[in-house]
Design a protein around this ligand. Sequence first.
Ligand SMILES: *[C@@H]1O[C@H](CO)[C@@H](O)[C@H](O)[C@H]1NC(C)=O
Ligand SMILES: *[C@@H]1O[C@H](CO)[C@@H](O)[C@H](O)[C@H]1NC(C)=O
Ligand SMILES: *[C@@H]1O[C@H](CO)[C@@H](O)[C@H](O)[C@H]1NC(C)=O
Ligand SMILES: *[C@@H]1O[C@H](CO)[C@@H](O)[C@H](O)[C@H]1NC(C)=O
Ligand SMILES: *[C@@H]1O[C@H](CO)[C@@H](O)[C@H](O)[C@H]1NC(C)=O
Ligand SMILES: *[C@@H]1O[C@H](CO)[C@@H](O)[C@H](O)[C@H]1NC(C)=O
Ligand SMILES: *[C@@H]1O[C@H](CO)[C@@H](O)[C@H](O)[C@H]1NC(C)=O
Ligand SMILES: *[C@@H]1O[C@H](CO)[C@@H](O)[C@H](O)[C@H]1NC(C)=O
Length: 351
Amino acid sequence: MEEFSVLLHRACTPWKGLLLTASILGFWHMSTTAHKTTVSLPRQVVEGENVLLLVHNLPENLIAFAWFKGLTNMTRRIAVYTLHNNFGAPRPVHGSRETVYSNGSLLIENVTQKDTGIYTLQTYNRRGKIASTTSMYLHVHASILGFWHMSTTAHEITESLPRQVVEGDNVLLLVHNLRENLIAFAWFKGLKNMTQGIAVYTVHNNLSAPGPVHSSRETVYSNGSLLIENVTQKDTGIYTLRTYNRRGKIASTTSMYLHVHENVTQPFVQVTDSTVTGHRSVTFTCISPDTDVSIQWIFNKKNLEITERMTLSPSKCGLRIDPVTREDAGLYQCEVSNRFSSKTSRPVFWS
Ligand SMILES: *[C@@H]1O[C@H](CO)[C@@H](O)[C@H](O)[C@H]1NC(C)=O
Ligand SMILES: *[C@@H]1O[C@H](CO)[C@@H](O)[C@H](O)[C@H]1NC(C)=O
Ligand SMILES: *[C@@H]1O[C@H](CO)[C@@H](O)[C@H](O)[C@H]1NC(C)=O
Ligand SMILES: *[C@@H]1O[C@H](CO)[C@@H](O)[C@H](O)[C@H]1NC(C)=O
Ligand SMILES: *[C@@H]1O[C@H](CO)[C@@H](O)[C@H](O)[C@H]1NC(C)=O
Ligand SMILES: *[C@@H]1O[C@H](CO)[C@@H](O)[C@H](O)[C@H]1NC(C)=O
Ligand SMILES: *[C@@H]1O[C@H](CO)[C@@H](O)[C@H](O)[C@H]1NC(C)=O
Ligand SMILES: *[C@@H]1O[C@H](CO)[C@@H](O)[C@H](O)[C@H]1NC(C)=O
């Protein structure tokens, strides 16, 4: 029996109708095929984030692929995606929080700790046979609040200032309610690994000693807070504060997750004039290496009003004025922004 026949005759119905039925359970087996499809994961996943499970090296000539939660329980499928032209052009398949893309990748939005577990991707070739099976483990870490509840001895609450951190920022990991009668406290990176110490602060002499992963950018204060200057995306991760009481025992352990968002780079504006038999037009192009940014045009320091002589390219990175007139003379700038940062180009004077 062909593994994929169950799907074949149902393939033109919407995706919900394509979900594998229990009958496919019968031919589940751990694939012995040599094809190395791999799935990569973000390094740290925290509750509330959107997670993209990136698929690399998907086999060719596939008819479909399916994502499952778990290793062998085919009833816990997430979605089936059919690729063959007869079954419609590839398009994202949407579940409630999951989106499957034509390249195999799976997006899970707003993850919770319940999403922790094994995920399996199975691909099917044109003969309806399993072409590859790839399983991976996704671990969703608790949010700051979660860590706080986890530790019954927690007294301290940590948070980052600013709340949303972008590359280049100075960040203060604020500690509220640091307990009294401590001999020392220590900050380290990660959850448990004390070899990743940033600094230890001894209370009796108000001195801090750098740990193995200390760089010149961290400062520990007597109230427990940790300042990290000029953060980069490499600073993303879990930070743990551990306090020690007068008997030298651990008094509390508090962890938090710091996410450093990408900072957009400054764009620049390129101008292309064109005059053909006295007819003059101009095209401004906003050049930015960043993807997934929105673009706003600025004329004489104000948001540009689009007139009927102006055309914007779909991504707004191109602005064409045709015909161009004397009233269009002035300073042009573009501003690129993502959710967390924005930058404006240097002005370009056009006359
Ligand atoms: C498979 O998952 C379903 C739904 O989560 C569950 O009811 C069932 O008991 C599982 N079967 C096995 C064999 O684990
Ligand atoms: C697959 O498609 C998604 C959505 O378009 C994209 O974000 C992702 O980078 C792609 N994966 C690979 C491995 O290219
Ligand atoms: C994410 O999940 C939380 C709790 O499960 C919920 O309150 C919130 O509205 C969700 N956000 C989105 C964008 O779905
Ligand atoms: C982004 O980078 C610039 C320097 O290029 C820096 O001044 C700024 O603080 C950074 N952060 C944000 C949020 O823009
Ligand atoms: C701790 O000290 C630092 C540096 O003096 C200060 O910026 C911060 O606000 C203090 N934290 C709290 C919670 O008061
Ligand atoms: C602790 O961190 C060090 C340095 O990053 C690493 O070499 C070691 O494998 C880690 N140990 C554990 C148990 O994670
Ligand atoms: C240590 O710092 C605290 C708070 O800033 C201060 O009250 C205390 O006097 C200092 N102790 C010494 C020995 O300098
Ligand atoms: C942070 O970056 C600024 C500008 O690049 C630099 O002047 C400053 O010395 C840096 N601070 C640290 C602690 O590295």
